[in-house]
Design a protein around this ligand. Structure first.
Ligand code: BES
Ligand code: ZN
Length: 590
């Protein structure tokens, strides 16, 4: 179970508690203070090795001694940063590291007041997954180690600080906030955000934080959250983390969502005004079991986090919106998977569920393979043994492995012993090898069915045979029907007919970012110029990598497009988080 993305040696010594004391300095863009780590010994060792990246280490002391110890920093690695080796005594129980982060710390984004909705106060947030926690906290940055934590965070007086822990809902008088996280978590779930935040209670121990001017809209959009928690707990067992709150971040947040325990971080691009994009909340909530309670042991086992979570997200959506709704999500997921497998190559080892990321960035495993191939694998198991047996198995699996990590081989053994062996013939029908260690989409993959999408396809063929756009029967279509429609526009659609669609349905102006992204992709690929201002607006107004990456890639496919993309990027890059600009730099060669 050794983790190729960490310098640490948890087999010898593991960190079981972290105590942070940090001052948030918006002037110099630095976090400054100390991390105190409680050690647990498993084998004799005369040193502890931690992960760091771009940290300045001021001094290291042991236990209650005031004497500096001679630490060493290893050679920097592009993805892994630098090891921090600390000599310790036989009885050392605690180490204290005084340090500060770099203004360029990869996990941290510092927003100027102009980059926020309120325009008056600066804002900060962190994004630690996969291996970026080490850029703001020296730690054993591997998902195989869990620790509890507490933190004292000092911020400017008019701002609120929140973490992946128990959170305040009101400002403190002195700008000092104290946090505790009593459940042990892996380092990638460490999270902090500071800003002019407001809070709204949603009932059922759920709530929303967001910038003051966004918080009411966010609370309206996310009103289904308590029902989701209830639906989730009825399938996977009790919610083990106390409250479940959501922080809606400024638009530069690079992901759709991040499952920081007790406080999901979410993009504001899900605020569509009609609650149509809240499956994302079901997803991040589902991680409270798959990922946060039972954690992938290494990033090669990433599908154990994400595949389970997508499977579970769909089960939650089925419960609250019905099977037809869920099947639309599943079909769009299959389309995404087919596209990623085509891009990676049908024989690529990166299309196996169990990955080999040695020597590469841990985030290279973040493809639809982990998410969708993983989810369809679990759906196949469900359909093979029956839902009732599978649910009993899942409930027990999460119960038995709560607050532990799991690797792929361990899961497969557990699956065989506790489920498949009890259902003769099931293992042969599932063909574990083809899914876990084989490429592409196995032939026995489940095929979702959606009557709603068949109706969309009927309208697509009417459009293709000449029916004017405004005569198509689109009444009552949900976001997902629109996505299916836009993705499958006939190849031969002329620019005049693109304009006709745009006029009939206002696609370039839609406030639904999922539909918008797919529409703008079509516009770029077909050279539909009237949508170019919308492309530029979209790329400069938000920084979600899932939207940026395909659009910049599509633009970069022609020389004129590349030039245009670079011009837009020049303006937009300063608002993107490192996770996003790291990817786009590569696409545009800048
Ligand atoms: N845990 C992921 C985000 C992540 C993965 C960050 C790997 C860094 C490295 C999160 O749960 C996620 O999957 N977010 C998705 C949304 C979801 C609905 C598929 C996203 O951000 O698009
Ligand atoms: Zn996820």
């Amino acid at each position: 179970m050794s983790d190729v993305h960490s310098f640490s040696r948890p087999d010898e010594i593991s960190v079981r508690h972290l105590s942070l004391d940090l001052t948030v300095d918006f002037e110099s863009h630095k976090l400054r203070g100390s991390a105190t780590l409680d050690l647990e010994r498993h084998a004799p060792a005369s040193e502890v090795v931690l992960d760091t990246r771009d940290l300045t280490i001021r001094r290291v002391t042991l236990d209650d001694a005031n004497e500096d110890v001679a630490f060493t920093l290893g050679e920097p690695d592009k993805f892994m940063g630098r090891s921090l080796t600390i000599p310790i005594g036989e009885d050392t129980k605690r180490i204290r590291v005084e340090y500060e982060s770099s203004p360029e710390a990869a996990a941290v984004q510092w927003l100027s007041p102009e980059q926020t909705a309120g325009k008056k106060h600066p804002f900060l947030f962190t994004q630690s997954e996969s291996i970026l926690a080490r850029s703001w906290v020296p730690c054993q940055d591997t998902p195989g180690v869990r620790m509890t934590y507490d933190a004292t965070i000092r911020v400017p007086k008019d701002l609120l600080a929140v973490m992946s822990a128990d959170n305040p809902t009101e400002r403190s008088a002195d700008g000092v906030y104290r946090f505790t996280m009593p459940q042990p978590i892996p380092s990638y779930l460490l999270a902090l955000s500071v800003g002019d935040l407001g809070f709204r209670d949603l009932g059922g121990d759920c709530g929303v934080y967001a910038e003051q001017s966004v918080v009411d809209a966010a609370a309206w959009e996310l009103a289904d959250t308590p029902a989701m928690v209830e639906a989730a707990a009825s399938i996977y067992g009790p919610y083990r983390w106390g409250r479940y709150d959501i922080l809606v971040l400024p638009p530069s947040f690079p992901f759709g969502g991040m499952e920081n325990p007790r406080l999901t971080f979410a993009t504001p691009t899900i605020l569509a005004g009609d609650r149509s994009l809240v499956a994302l909340v079901a997803h991040e909530l589902a991680h409270s079991w798959s990922g946060n309670l039972v954690t992938n042991a290494t990033w090669n086992d990433f599908w154990l986090n994400e595949g389970f979570t997508v499977y579970f997200e769909r089960r939650i959506m089925e419960k609250i919106r019905g099977r037809d709704y869920e099947e639309m999500l599943a079909l769009l997921g299959m389309q995404d998977l087919e596209a990623d497998v085509a891009e990676l190559g049908a024989d690529s080892p990166d299309t196996h569920l169990l990955l080999d990321l040695e020597g590469r960035d841990a985030d290279d495993g973040m493809t639809k393979v982990a998410y969708e191939k993983g989810a369809f694998f679990l759906r196949l198991v469900e359909e093979t043994v029956g839902r009732e047996a599978f649910d009993r198995f899942l409930m027990d699996y999460f119960e038995q492995h709560a607050f532990q990590s799991m690797d792929t081989r361990g899961f497969v053994e557990w699956l065989k012993a506790n489920l498949l062996d009890k259902h003769p013939g099931s293992e042969a029908r599932i063909d574990l090898d083809a899914w876990i260690d084989g490429p592409g989409i196995p032939a026995n993959a489940p095929r979702p069915r959606s009557d709603a999408f068949q109706k969309v396809e009927k309208e697509l063929s009417r459009f293709e045979s000449g029916t004017p756009a405004k005569e198509l029967q689109t009444e009552g279509w949900s976001t997902h029907e629109w996505i299916h429609f836009v993705r499958h526009l006939p190849k031969a659609t002329s620019l005049d007919r693109m304009a006709e669609l745009d006029e009939a349905f206002g696609l370039s102006d839609t406030g639904n970012n999922e539909i918008l992204c797919d529409w703008l992709m079509q516009a770029i690929q077909r050279g539909y110029e009237p949508a170019m201002p919308a492309v530029e607006r979209f790329l400069t107004n938000q920084g979600r990598r899932k939207y940026l990456k395909p659009l910049y890639q599509a633009l970069a496919a022609t020389p004129e497009g590349l030039e245009k993309a670079r011009a837009i990027y020049k303006k937009a890059r300063p608002m993107y988080h490192s996770v996003s600009y790291g990817t786009i730099d590569g696409i545009l060669g800048v």
